[in-house]
Design a protein around this ligand. Structure first.
Ligand SMILES: C[S@@+](CC[C@H](N)C(=O)[O-])C[C@H]1O[C@@H](n2cnc3c(N)ncnc32)[C@H](O)[C@@H]1O
Length: 389
């Protein structure tokens, strides 16, 4: 029996969903190791939790490194948890994520799921580093910090390799304008202009393929990897080609709804954050996109779904937060007008949990695409298209 604090030598079998390494003791007992280890590495680990069926552990030393492991390029890597897979080349990271997804998806579906899983399409990020146009910093005495991964201590930041160049460069000056606290900072992909969530600056964000430029406040949610977001939006819009009435649920400020409206679709865009709805509505008005209606509603409540049902969409986009949207599968099943769903997922295990009632009723997964939105981390965005039987 192992207990907390024990040090073990283990070989990593594979990386699990959420980035943890899986290893087994000679007895067969599973050990899950905190993110940052790679397949086939021999690692010295310290047990941090001894549960009944498994152990949790953290790596103390990499004894035999994977040939995939290189030197992490960030000076803050040892303390900051922001890019825990930054020790592999970005292309390798993308392949690693594809392996993680190929392993996790059938397991989430359940042992005897009997479903056809389409071949995975993988879209890498145009940039492996310096891709984020939005980030969060903790400010203390006018200086930027990140939350340390091994503790709750703040790590002073001189740079962040995830942030695009203009934002990383402006970070110290932006921090000087802020009181102590946690703040969003953002940069425009069009002009490089930077701003914090405080104040009333609007930053331009273009969709060249759709001929649209949105004006977004830095504090509003938008996809941080804007270059790859172009591919995500195009794939989603293409997947719903042929449908005229579309519900964009968990729509944010209209990342999908506005491009869809620019193609003449009638869109009901539903979102629980009022500032995002206000931003979406303002952009629709500015751009004369009058076939989209934004509604501020909580999709955990039946009243919101009554509104969606009354709209009678033929297709829907679902892009809930990481925690997913429990109960949504049964609600969608009760909506007879729906024929196709574009489910945008940043946690596919939660998505499968939520989609199970639809899959059990015969809906099929017709396509599956991994967008490597967050290089340097284990996180990924998955677009799953579901079709009514
Ligand atoms: C992953 S973001 C997606 C936003 C948008 N689709 C985009 O691509 O920019 C999830 C969105 O769901 C919204 N949200 C979370 N819980 C919600 C709820 N219960 N009802 C409605 N919207 C919710 C959040 O405010 C956030 O804007």
């Amino acid at each position: 029996m192992n207990s907390m604090g024990d040090v073990l030598t283990l070989t990593i079998e594979k990386i699990l969903w959420r980035g943890r390494g899986l290893a087994r003791l000679d007895s067969g007992q599973v050990v899950m190791i905190e993110p940052g280890v790679l397949p086939e590495e021999v690692v010295s680990v310290r047990v941090t939790k001894a549960a009944k069926d498994f152990l949790q552990a953290e790596a103390v030393r990499i004894l035999t490194p994977s040939p995939l492991r290189g030197v992490h390029p960030c000076p803050h890597a040892a303390d900051c948890g922001g890019s825990r897979f930054g020790m592999v080349a970005p292309e390798t990271g993308t392949q690693l994520k594809a392996d993680i997804l190929r392993d996790a998806l059938p397991r989430a579906l359940g042992r005897d799921h009997g479903l056809h899983i389409p071949e995975l399409r993988v879209v890498p990020s145009p940039k492996g580093w310096r891709y984020r146009l939005r980030g969060q910093i903790h400010v203390r005495s006018g200086r930027p910090h990140a939350m340390g991964h091994a503790s709750n201590d703040l790590v002073p930041l001189t740079d962040c390799l995830l942030l695009c160049e203009p934002l990383a460069k402006a970070m110290p000056d932006l921090a000087k304008t802020l009181p102590d606290g946690r703040f969003t900072i953002a940069a425009s992909p069009d002009t490089g202009q930077t701003a914090t969530e405080q104040g009333d600056v609007l930053l331009p964000f273009s969709f060249p393929e759709f001929g649209l430029t949105l004006q977004l406040p830095p504090g509003t949610f938008f996809q941080a990897n804007w270059a790859l977001n172009q591919h995500l939006v195009r794939s989603t819009v293409d997947a719903l080609d042929g449908f005229e009435r579309i519900a964009d649920l968990f729509c944010g400020a209209g990342n999908f709804a506005l491009p869809l409206a620019s193609r003449g679709k009638t869109v009901l865009a539903v979102e629980g954050s009022l500032p995002a709805v206000t931003t979406g509505t303002r952009n629709a008005k500015r751009l004369n996109l009058d076939s989209v209606t934004f509604r501020d509603a909580n999709l955990a409540r039946p009243a919101a779904w009554k509104m969606v049902g009354d709209f009678a969409p033929r297709a829907a986009i679902l892009d809930p937060p990481r925690t997913g949207a429990k109960g949504i599968g049964s609600t969608l099943l009760g909506m007879p007008s729906l024929e196709r769903l574009a489910w945008v997922s940043c946690d596919v295990v939660n998505t499968i949990r939520d989609a199970k009632p639809l899959l059990a009723a015969g809906w099929r997964i017709s396509s599956l695409t991994l967008f490597d939105m967050f290089p340097g981390t284990w996180h990924m965005e998955v677009l799953m298209i579901l079709e009514r039987p």
